[in-house]
Design a protein around this ligand. Structure first.
Ligand SMILES: [Zn+2]
Length: 247
């Protein structure tokens, strides 16, 4: 129990840092300097303000200085970070996979939210992300599989992007390459199928609500990220479930 509590406490400041990345990476701003400030009043935040989750509860969702409402996304990203990191810890314990899982989770969270907010998955996220995937694959002696995953998955997305004439962005292709370095070729197949199903369901929901038509472009990044996380975490379980479904 104490281990789970420690994992959660360790995750909160990381979630707070991911909020900074989500805001600044698409704007090509430094992620270290200047210090974080309130987006409404510009007041530089003090150390005690840097954990929106805690402040959000204490100050009822308002900025301490200007009393304007804080975007719900800040605490949401922190809560998601805590939940996902604790799940990674629950699955892998204190191991090399724990580190790999936390890095991958962080990258996927940032990619999802930059895509939702700004409609882009920035290069200054995907390029370093691909590098971490390759380095981790080297360490775990899985480089061959990672390169195949990256090449094939990125290649498939490149072909889809070419065929749909911009229906799939460059950011999605680079995210697919990144995911391939982490999941390998077998995992990439799972991610591809899963993300297509999830995006399909989403389009169907929008369609039924009259919010989408044939020309509507959907942001594919979040579906790719959710599927990649599930595929990385639960690959054996997903494969077993699939075979049982076929029987
Ligand atoms: Zn403020």
């Amino acid at each position: 129990m104490i281990n789970y509590f420690m994992a959660a406490v360790f995750s909160i400041p990381i979630g707070s840092f991911l909020n900074v990345l989500i805001f600044r990476l698409p704007r090509k701003e430094s992620i270290i300097w200047p210090r974080s400030c309130c987006p409404e009043c510009g007041q530089v935040l003090k150390i005690q303000d840097l954990i929106p989750l805690i402040n959000y509860i204490r100050l009822k969702g308002k900025c301490r200085y200007c009393r304007k409402s804080i975007n719900l996304q800040y605490p949401l990203v922190e809560i998601l970070t805590v939940i996902l990191f604790v799940l990674v810890f629950h699955k892998w314990g204190l191991s090399a996979q724990l580190m790999e899982g936390c890095i991958f989770t962080a990258i996927l969270l940032v990619a999802s939210f930059t895509d939702i907010n700004a409609g882009i998955i920035p290069d200054n996220l995907t390029y370093p992300g691909i590098l971490t995937g390759l380095v981790l694959a080297c360490v775990s002696l899985n480089l061959g599989n990672a390169l195949w995953g990256a090449g094939i998955f990125g290649g498939v997305f490149f072909i889809i992007a070419s065929l749909t004439n911009g229906g799939m962005g460059g950011g999605d292709i680079k995210l697919a390459v990144l995911i391939g370095t982490y999941t390998g070729i077998q995992g990439a197949v799972i991610v591809f199928i899963l993300s297509s199903i999830l995006a399909g369901i989403w389009v169907l929901i929008l369609f039924c609500q009259g919010k989408a038509n044939r020309k509507t472009k959907i942001k594919f990044g979040p579906f790719l990220a959710i599927s990649a996380w599930l595929g990385w975490m639960y690959k054996p379980e997903i494969i077993t479930a699939y075979w049982q479904l076929l029987k």
